[in-house]
Design a protein around this ligand. Structure first.
Ligand code: FE2
Length: 280
């Protein structure tokens, strides 16, 4: 059975303009592109991996939530989400430092959760779970994988293959337990955002050689040439024998140095991970 899931991250609805596009324009394009992609090849769910905003922010004008109580995350949920073509789940990024209660009130989601579909378990982690509801402007505090939570979910769904999702993974700051966990044969791969890149990272053999599928952005690219990692989202195709994934960049027009630049619909950063029978 074939299943298709979309992942998107780092949408950054906020007061800033990138590539000559206001945030309102970018969000309109995001809605348009997610709907067009659904018509092209329907997907089951969108997993949003954080950074909907700059609600909490250490730099420049600082975060608008502490400054003036303005939540672009709330605006995203109220204005963008109702126009999505599928169900969705959203976990926070480092710019959404809302405590669990406020996060639930704003988004209707928990800061962590799971999505299950035939034979698969997506575990969505909160890897910026410290110093929430801060009184000072900051860019969030990274926290290692909540190993107990992952084990609990894996035990609750013992026959499923697992994809670990988070806004960010940092194995230089990971605990020994977290490093052991990712080597579990049931964990097929990891997916994350945060770095505004859409490449595939292979972890060292000592960490089981698992791949981290990075999920791009819909704001600005972390590359000198923005066309290298354009606005987009990542698909995952789940089949009996493999997980296939690639980053999709919808056709769009951006403005660089005041000049219009058109880029066509494209795909990049593909990976096919064969599924072994080990562990499942
Ligand atoms: Fe970001």
């Amino acid at each position: 059975m074939r299943k298709r899931i979309l992942l998107a991250s780092d949408l950054h609805h906020c007061h800033l303009t990138w590539y000559g596009l206001s945030s309102e324009e970018r969000m309109e394009r995001l809605i348009r592109d997610l709907n067009a992609e659904y018509r092209r090849d329907p997907y089951e769910v969108i997993l949003f991996l954080g950074d909907y905003s700059l609600d909490f922010w250490e730099w420049d004008t600082k975060g608008c939530y502490l400054n003036e109580g303005c939540s672009y995350t709330r605006e995203f949920v109220e204005k963008v989400c109702p126009r999505l073509p599928s169900p969705y789940l959203m976990i926070p990024g480092n710019h959404e430092q809302y405590g669990e209660e406020t996060w639930r009130r704003i988004t209707g989601c928990s800061r962590k959760g799971v999505w299950t579909t035939d034979g698969w378990l997506f575990i969505l982690l909160d890897n910026f779970s410290a110093n929430l509801d801060p009184q000072q402007h900051s860019d969030g505090t990274f926290t290692p994988i909540d190993v107990d939570y992952v084990r609990e979910q894996m035990d609750a769904y013992p026959d499923r293959r697992v994809v670990l999702c988070s806004h960010h993974f940092d194995f230089e700051k990971e605990t020994p337990e977290g490093c052991r966990l990712v080597q579990d044969p049931r964990i097929v791969c990891l997916a994350s955002g945060h770095v505004h890149l859409s490449d595939i990272v292979t972890l060292p053999d000592a960490l089981g050689g698992k791949k981290i599928l990075r999920t791009g952005h819909y704001s600005y690219a972390a590359a000198p040439n923005p066309l290298e990692f354009m606005h987009g989202f990542r698909e995952m195709i789940l089949t009996e024998d493999a997980l296939f994934s690639r980053y999709i960049t919808p056709e769009n027009r951006i403005f660089l140095d005041g000049k219009a630049v058109d880029h066509p619909y494209g795909t990049q950063d593909e990976v096919r991970i064969p599924l072994s029978t080990a562990g499942c």
